[in-house]
Write a new protein. Structure first.
Length: 289
């Protein structure tokens, strides 16, 4: 007997549901059998997977302006303030992320070569002494004054995002399976390579070069081996691996020229993908869009 229109519509709907279940697509992963689950009598058969709940936005990244206390940092301080580097960074972060509280960001003289996140006052500080150190590292490698200055600021973009990583881990109470310093490095690489275009790629390259140059210009010590940060040599290769893993064809010279061993390079695509997916998953409930 021919199906009437109502029966035909029901049949098509059922067929669509069956096809949708059997041929479900999971981006970036290979299909594999899922373990059987005990049906939940209280669950609706048509219930969809819950979307991450967005959190209330109760804070902002706030730039804290400070008067310069050391005259030799006048040029650095002028450029940071004139070009509104911190204000632009804070604006982009505030457009992208929900915060449970304010986070201060500042540049200043610290009497030490450092950049750090302080959970006590929830602040990120970039020390002029560290900028000066990176400038010296690039100049010692043979770069001109202006080129070294440019590369220093590129590398400091990576350092800044590394410290933002610590701030977000604290603010969001994120789980970290492994070394937090390595996790912060990977956040910096993730944001630079996925959000900041060619400027971001330049930042990761510059940071990798700074790690490599510092490794060559300093003598290994027990203190460095005991430090919570990975060795500069390790940070150099991990940074290159993230770049190569993001686009092996575009960055083939990293391997072709021998900067990154082939034995590590073959795993970089998967390493990069895991890093990106992990940080996206952790940050998704806190994104504004």
């Amino acid at each position: 007997m021919p199906l009437n229109r109502s029966n035909l519509l029901v049949a098509l709907v059922l067929l669509t549901m069956v096809v949708g279940c059997v041929f479900r697509s999971d981006r970036g992963s290979v299909s594999r059998p899922e373990p059987a689950e005990t049906p939940d009598a209280s669950a609706s058969p048509a219930a969809a997977a819950p979307t991450p709940l967005k959190r209330p936005d109760a804070g902002d990244f706030i730039v804290e302006q400070q008067d310069l206390s050391v005259a030799r940092f006048q040029r650095l301080d002028n450029q940071v303030k004139t070009e509104k580097m911190l204000e632009k960074a804070a604006d982009k972060l505030n457009q992208a992320l929900i915060l449970p509280h304010n986070i201060l960001i500042r540049t200043r003289s610290c009497a030490e070569q450092n950049a750090f996140y302080d959970p006590k006052d929830r602040s990120v500080t970039i020390c002029f002494e560290m900028m000066e150190r990176f400038l010296g590292v690039f100049k010692a490698s043979g770069e001109t004054e202006e080129r070294a200055y440019e590369r220093m600021f590129d590398s400091m973009r990576f350092v800044f995002l590394h410290e933002i990583g610590h701030a977000l881990i604290d603010a969001y109470d994120l789980p970290v399976a492994g070394n937090e310093e390595d996790a912060a490095d990977r956040l910096a690489a993730y944001v630079n390579l996925t959000e900041l275009g060619e400027d971001g790629v330049k930042a990761v390259y510059a940071a990798a070069d700074a790690f490599n140059l510092e490794a060559k210009q300093t003598v290994p010590s027990k203190r460095k081996f005991a430090d919570e940060h990975l060795l500069n040599e390790q940070r150099f290769y991990t940074s290159l691996c993230m770049i190569y893993g993001s686009d092996a064809s575009k960055h083939a010279k990293i391997v072709d020229a021998g900067y990154l061993p082939k034995e590590r390079a073959v795993r970089c695509r998967n390493e990069y993908t895991r890093t990106v997916e992990s940080w996206r998953s952790l940050l998704d409930p806190w994104r504004k869009r």
